[in-house]
Ligand binder design. Structure first.
Ligand code: UD1
Ligand code: UDP
Length: 365
């Protein structure tokens, strides 16, 4: 059994690292392909060292572009790699363009595909990620799900039950392993978030990158106005994704004047350290909805829907939808009330990758 893994964008690295390590521990020969969808040191390089992923064996260096360009170019560039490597299984992660592009190329070469984080559905086909999820699942041979509703979605779409493996959340494996390391970091001190007595000052952590929020100038401006109002009450820390950085140009000084600390994207450990201690998180990230759920941090998701409904039903995540102004009231009330305890989610326990590796080792088409 030889396994080829594909990573490309920031959220892939935290999911792939534990699976790489679990298969390595079982002596499985592995090959790592980076598509180059994300390429800045702060969107890619930093995660390899922090998560303990090796240097990729191949980097396709596809870079940025339209959906068709990125997807098509990855397919063209990965095809010869797949032909040369002839893996028994290609593992793809999440829902980014790299995920679908490599799955499609592998499928056409008759190479088996395992999809980690299968079955999540927002039921909103205007999201490029939803198209990537549905299509990747249709052509996958092993579908690894992180929550029970994902299996239900797959069965509804006609995926045979025998292909679906409820293994839990691989992204949470990285969190469980590295939280003790993240806690040791002086991130909050360095950002001036620790008071003279040594306690952490209350702050809200923000991360935004969905086109629906940041490509619409008016909406982004309204979000920034609300964050500015919150910034009058407590610190707001806003590590800015490169997609968002382009759109924020010219607004950064105004944000700083309103108490918002704008930074470059943070490494995994620094971001995790800040997430755990935040009074609340405002986001449109998929992974951050899950991480805040594990950590029990109140999360406000600036989207009308989520493919991760379990984060809402368990009580940590609230969908704010289109009514950005509602966010201010929600944040001020959570700043006053604090956190609520919730039951741990099944298989969000740091062992999802072991379950995946056991299935992979026993897999024969
Ligand atoms: C992509 C994924 C999205 C995921 C997000 C995680 C798709 C369709 N989208 O969105 O699902 O949630 O990654 O972060 O796959 N850029 C840089 N440096 C980089 C990478 C990107 O400057 O290293 C800039 C470029 O201007 C680029 C823009 O960011 O055009 C968007 O990058 P892209 O990968 O196309 O989409 P994301 O918004 O990052
Ligand atoms: N993350 C990070 N630094 C940041 C923002 C996010 O390390 O400045 C991590 C976050 O902890 C999570 C992952 O990036 O593990 C989520 O990726 P992202 O939000 O880019 O993508 P999505 O999950 O929305 O697809």
């Amino acid at each position: 059994m030889r396994v080829l893994h594909v990573v490309g964008a920031r959220p892939n690295f935290m999911k792939a690292a534990p699976v790489w390590q679990a298969l390595g521990a079982r002596g499985v020969p592995q090959f790592l392909v980076h598509t180059g969808q994300h390429y800045d040191a702060k969107m890619s390089g930093v995660f390899f060292s922090e998560l303990g992923l090796p240097e990729p064996d191949v980097n396709l260096r596809v870079g940025s572009g339209s959906h068709a360009f990125q997807t098509g170019e990855i397919m063209k560039r990965v095809e010869p790699v797949l032909e040369a490597q002839t893996p028994d299984l290609t593992l793809v992660y999440g829902d980014v363009n790299s995920t679908l592009a490599v799955a499609l190329a592998a499928c056409k070469l008759g190479i088996c595909i395992g999809h980690v984080e299968a079955g999540l559905r927002s039921f909103d086909r205007t999201m490029p990620e939803e198209v990537n999820r549905v299509l990747t699942d249709q052509i996958s041979d092993l579908l690894f799900t992180s929550a029970p509703e994902a299996g239900v979605n797959l069965l509804r779409e006609g995926i045979p039950r025998g292909k679906i493996h409820f293994v839990g959340n691989a992204m949470i494996d990285s969190l469980v392993r590295l939280l003790p390391v993240a806690r040791m970091r002086p991130t909050a001190q360095k950002m001036g978030l620790v008071g003279k007595a040594g306690g952490t000052r209350p702050y809200v952590l923000v991360t935004l990158h969905r086109p629906s929020n940041v490509d619409d100038g008016l909406r982004l401006e309204r979000i920034c106005q609300v964050l500015g109002m919150v910034g009058q009450q407590c610190r707001v820390v806003f590590p800015v994704h490169p997609r968002t950085r382009v759109r924020l140009d010219g607004m950064i000084e105004e944000l700083a004047a309103h108490g918002i600390l704008v930074t470059d994207p943070l490494g995994y450990l620094d971001f995790l350290c800040l997430q755990e201690r935040a009074r609340a998180v405002v986001t449109d990230s998929g992974g951050v909805q899950e991480e805040t759920t594990y950590l029990g941090v109140p999360c406000f998701t600036l989207r009308a829907n989520t493919e991760r409904p379990i984060t809402v039903t368990c009580g940590t995540n609230k969908l704010v939808g289109d009514d950005v102004e509602k966010l201010y009231g929600l944040l001020t009330s959570v700043l006053a009330s604090g956190r609520q305890a919730h039951e741990p989610l099944l298989y969000w326990d740091g062992r999802a990758a072991d379950r995946i590796a056991d299935v992979v080792v026993g897999f024969h088409k």
